[in-house]
Design a protein around this ligand. Sequence first.
Ligand SMILES: Nc1ncnc2c1ncn2[C@@H]1O[C@H](COP(=O)(O)OP(=O)(O)OP(=O)(O)O)[C@@H](O)[C@H]1O
Length: 233
Amino acid sequence: MYLEVKDIKKSYGADGSYIQVLKGISTGVEKGEMCVIQGTSGSGKSTLLNCIGALDVVDSGSICIDGKEIVGLKPQELSEYRRETLGFIFQFYNLVPNLTVRENIEVCQYLTNEPLEMDELLHTLGLWEHQDKFPSQLSGGQQQRCAIARALIKNPKLLLLDEPTGALDSVTSKEILILLEKINRQYGTTMLMVTHNNSIKDMVHKVIRIKDGRISKEYRNENRIPAAQLEDL
Ligand SMILES: Nc1ncnc2c1ncn2[C@@H]1O[C@H](COP(=O)(O)OP(=O)(O)OP(=O)(O)O)[C@@H](O)[C@H]1O
């Protein structure tokens, strides 16, 4: 198992405001799989993603990536883990406004010794003709493609996506999902995606459903539907 999570618990606050958000989550994702985390609002999806991404710290449990335990690592080791292994994509693209598309991506290119080839990535993501534009000159879909390129340039082994299509209309959402599918095929990137969109579950290898801090259902798709054929996005 490439990503293995065992009995993770996570709470916030103390005394009167204490809330246990993750109540013992155990699951895993194989290398090269696309996986979706579903669940109602407040069920703990983003908390789980943030704990796996070492943006938040669990109370107890184990998170192993490629055989390496990350719970209990020192801050320096955690930042190395984030830099070397992970890519993050969020609903709001978090681009640097006064850098061009190409420069936004370049900033992340230097985080690794083995980046992907910049020009190839610009072509793959349909950004070649937009590379000298600033984020404010791009559509939402183009901005998200730039954010994806920025996360991918360092060739992360695990891509964590929190509502990557949350701010996009259905046509642009489909375009982004087709792109993620292509990246998964082309680079073998393992992906873990939080989404409210119920259609996306049909295109991925694995679905994890969370209810009130626990896994209520998980399964692998026998017959995946290509992103291009998804409806009701
Ligand atoms: N830093 C924090 N401090 C206190 N409570 C928090 C914190 N982060 C999350 N929570 C609480 O934890 C619960 C789960 O939040 P989380 O963001 O993981 O849910 P979610 O399933 O991703 O929800 P949504 O779909 O609405 O984004 C919520 O009740 C939220 O208020």
